[in-house]
Design a protein around this ligand. Sequence first.
Ligand code: ADP
Length: 259
Amino acid sequence: QQQAQGPGARRAMVPGVKHIIAVASGKGGVGKSTTAVNLALALASLGWRTGMLDADIYGPSQPRMMGIAGRPSSPDGKTLRPMENFGVKCMSMGFLVAEDTPMIWRGPMVQSAISQMLRDVDWGELDVLVVDMPPGTGDAQLTMAQQVPLSGAVIVSTPQDIALIDARKGLNMFRKVDVPVFGIVENMSLYVCPNCGHEAHIFGHGGAVQEAEKLGVDLLGEIPLDIEIRETSDSGRPIVVTVPDSPHAQAYIAIAQKV
Ligand code: ADP
């Protein structure tokens, strides 16, 4: 079997997949999945053959955000065909279990589920596979970073101190296992009142810029807190495909150009 080069030499490659990019966050609720979905769509809009793996086993949000219903088929009984929408191939635990089924698995089961979703899926030829990581920096994330041949990671954080501290942990985790960190995306960085245009920094301001500088990584982009971002992703038509010319969609596309 073909092996990864460099520091990830022990990590078996995923056949047909050129690059795997992890989207991670130190904690939940900071907009990691929203960023992963819009980043994947932005990469596809740039002409890359793109796939997305929802490794957030306990809270899979990809089916809803990508507007995909139904179950993947397995014509050969061995590999699963990924689902697809907006030109992006997708695999998520959300396609395999009912939305209201709670996941009560232990760590090793989660690991094998992620590994199967990565390796027992017929991805075909992909330029890039975006992995929406489970939130946090625990064992599951570490194993994932160790076992998957990642080309690099994008860390999503809100501007508050606490979220940044968590983001720092995430960054250090990737560094420990020799996965390059492409940079930080500051999400919910600014709120512009749609009525009066007043600007408010609800979660503080400038934290990620300073933090990125301190840690020696790039600030890949700043995404504002905006109702359109929430409504489009919650309704299964993310902003990058719905309003590609909007400043928000352009911000995601600019991030895609940097990774
Ligand atoms: P995580 O994956 O970090 O748990 P999600 O991507 O699921 O976070 O986002 C949590 C909620 O916040 C979702 O309802 C999402 O639509 C919303 N959200 C994320 N980013 C933004 C943003 N920039 N503006 C408005 N809502 C956002």
